[in-house]
Design a protein around this ligand. Structure first.
Ligand SMILES: Nc1ncnc2c1ncn2[C@@H]1O[C@H](COP(=O)(O)OP(=O)(O)OP(=O)(O)O)[C@@H](O)[C@H]1O
Ligand SMILES: [Mg+2]
Length: 254
């Protein structure tokens, strides 16, 4: 049994209109564990990601990251905890400042978390190596990088602060299949080498099967099933899970 890192307990979030986007969800991610969150479009995955990161406050229920409420990690005192919880979004082009060079974006994350200026260039180069990018690309701006390269920059930026847990919201869905596989290999490798925990959101069950230790199936904001990938594929208990599996197209054979 791993140590609990992220614990959501009966979390509910309703936007201004309509039914709750997230409705009484409880889940945990242990240290070094990859938990996949799957469900069709609109099932509440991104809302749950934002709740887990403290970017949204729940209407009821609690979110704890290593015992702290991530929505209250403000100010200098909270930095060391904040640094351990990071995010890789679906569209890095939207989340990286177009005016900043890729290296500056990563250096900025280091600066926010208190790394002295003199140490930043070497650390940026090291982070570029870690994510399989030529450090020469650090001088390029986002518009001069491909989608796959940008997603690696987003991963480097997330790694900059030495996280224990990264929330990845569909990190490969905007990429074509080959690049998708490369970014997934990168995340899986980092997860193993650095002992990272991942909350990995995807609607692609093939992707999830590759890397998850546990899979949580979300429907209309509620957890309908939670299982290991093998159990889920061989004996899905819920009809919705069976429908998701049936809709999943197997990878093309060579
Ligand atoms: N800012 C918002 N204001 C109002 N409703 C929202 C907002 N964001 C999301 N919703 C609604 O909440 C529900 C869950 O949305 P969410 O983005 O969490 O789903 P998702 O599972 O991430 O979907 P997708 O796979 O398309 O990214 C949807 O019905 C959506 O329309
Ligand atoms: Mg989403």
């Amino acid at each position: 049994m791993t140590r609990d890192l992220l614990v959501l307990d009966a979390v509910t979030k309703r936007y201004r209109s309509g039914p709750p986007a997230v409705d009484g969800v409880s889940l945990r991610v242990g240290s070094g564990e990859t938990v996949a969150l799957v469900g069709e479009s609109g099932s509440g995955k991104s809302t749950l990601a934002r709740l887990a990161l403290g970017l949204l406050a729940p209407d009821s229920g609690t979110v704890r990251f290593d015992g702290h409420d991530p929505g209250r990690l403000f100010g200098r005192a909270a930095r060391p905890v904040r640094a351990r919880l990071q995010f890789v979004p679906q569209h890095p082009r939207g989340s990286l400042n177009p005016a900043l060079r890729a290296g500056e974006a990563v250096a900025f994350a280091l600066r926010v978390h208190g790394t002295p200026r003199a140490e930043r260039p070497a650390l940026v180069a090291d982070l570029f190596h870690k994510v399989g990018l030529d450090p020469a690309l650090a001088r390029r701006r986002p518009r001069e990088l491909s989608g796959g390269q940008l997603q690696r920059v987003a991963v480097a930026r997330a790694l900059a602060t030495g996280p224990d847990l990264i929330v990845c919201d569909e990190p490969t869905s905007a990429l074509d299949t080959t690049v998708q596989a490369q970014v997934l290999d990168l995340l899986t490798g980092l997860q193993r080498r650095l002992g990272l925990a991942l909350l990995f959101i995807s609607h692609d069950l093939g992707v999830v099967r590759q890397l998850a230790h546990r899979v949580v199936v979300l429907r209309h904001g509620r957890v309908v099933e939670e299982a290991t990938p093998d159990a889920l594929w061989h004996t899905p208990r819920h009809s919705y899970t069976r429908a998701l599996l049936a809709a999943d197209t197997p990878p093309a054979t060579q």
